[in-house]
Design a protein around this ligand. Structure first.
Ligand code: ADP
Ligand code: MG
Length: 316
């Protein structure tokens, strides 16, 4: 069964992308899962981290990024083809060449991350779609683009991870429409946690209005600095903040046990061009908070898998 998980926070710089990419790497290369990363953020960071600039530039030139998916809607064209657009065998941890992937029987078990790349052109799309509610002449409802054109491909994957821009605009909403769950990465400081109440309320509204099955999987603390008083106090305050934020939505947003520490390796891991020998090498083996840095990624993947497995299917 495919699990679809979105990463959202109204704040940028809280490690949405880093967490999504590390989780994709961990599930694929440490857990032998098939993972699809959907990059819905015009910043294109997940795309660049997973396939680098050259492969991204090719996809953009060929009109095969998620921006083109939405541009097709605006222009009434059909240039974007999801099957062609999916970049197979992404990540600098991948050791299976794309041409070999193409030859493997579809049921082969080996870890793999595929990406549907983003493009900076999504900014344009977002701007031009501001007045979508006033328009009725699209062949596909603007909110249903991802569901109609991409979701049919999700069945080939164990996990689909959706990296969202730091807003709840219509592109993010397209991702939420097809998600079973969303995860809120946050640094445990005031500015990063400030918008969580707004996320809870807006997503709750969207869920009711659109009859979605979407639920909050939880909040994951990122870039944690154990030596920072602000972070320690923020972490202590968070359960109360979350309780208030979700009080009206009828759901619980647990704080994940795994706290992702601030490390140089995590920051450097987003550079696709950096040659890495192994998962451990990529996410760091230096000690932080009592264990090797890379082990937090393993813990996070275990915890997310367990939470997803335990989440009962819900009626919308
Ligand atoms: N655990 C971490 N330790 C140190 N730096 C990190 C960590 N996670 C993310 N970063 C850095 O923080 C910045 C923001 O992360 P990013 O994942 O791009 O955030 P977002 O997607 O929420 O905007 C990036 O420069 C990234 O390399
Ligand atoms: Mg990002």
């Amino acid at each position: 069964m495919t699990r679809v998980l979105s990463f959202i926070n109204l704040k940028g710089g809280v490690a949405k992308t880093t967490t999504a990419v590390q989780l994709a790497d961990t599930l694929a290369f440490m857990g032998q899962k098939h993972v699809l990363v959907l990059d819905l953020d015009p910043q294109t960071n997940a795309t660049l981290a997973l396939i680098g600039e050259d492969r991204w530039a090719r996809a953009d030139e060929e009109g095969q990024t998620l921006a083109h998916l939405f541009l097709d809607l605006l222009h009434g064209t059909r240039r974007f083809d999801a099957g062609t657009a999916i970049v197979k065998g992404a990540s600098n941890l991948n050791r299976v060449p794309p041409e070999v992937i193409a030859q493997l029987p579809s049921g082969s078990r080996y870890g793999r991350v595929d990406v549907l790349p983003s493009s900076i052109r999504l900014i344009d799309v977002q701007d031009r779609m501001q007045d979508i509610s006033a328009r009725t002449h699209y062949s596909v409802s603007p909110m249903d683009v991802v569901r109609q054109r991409l979701a049919p491909l999700f069945g080939q994957y164990d996990y689909v991870l959706i990296d969202c821009p730091p807003n709840l605009g219509f592109i993010t909403q397209n991702g939420l429409e097809v998600s079973d769950h969303y995860l809120i990465p946050t640094i445990p400081d005031r500015l990063s946690t400030y918008g969580i109440g707004q996320i809870a309320a807006r997503v709750g509204e969207l869920r009711r209005a659109r009859h979605l099955k979407l639920r909050c999987l939880g909040v994951v603390i990122t870039k944690y600095q154990g030596t920072s008083t602000q972070h320690r106090q923020g972490l202590a305050r968070l359960p109360g903040d979350l309780h208030r934020a979700f009080a009206d939505t009828g759901e619980d947003a647990p704080i994940l046990r795994t706290v992702m520490p601030q490390t140089n390796a995590s920051a450097e891991a987003m550079s696709h061009e950096r040659a890495v020998a192994s998962y451990r090498d990529k996410y760091g083996s230096g000690q932080v908070g009592g264990q090797a840095a890379y082990k937090y990624g393993l813990d996070l993947a275990d915890e997310v898998e367990a939470l997803l497995a335990a989440a009962a299917p819900v009626a919308p």
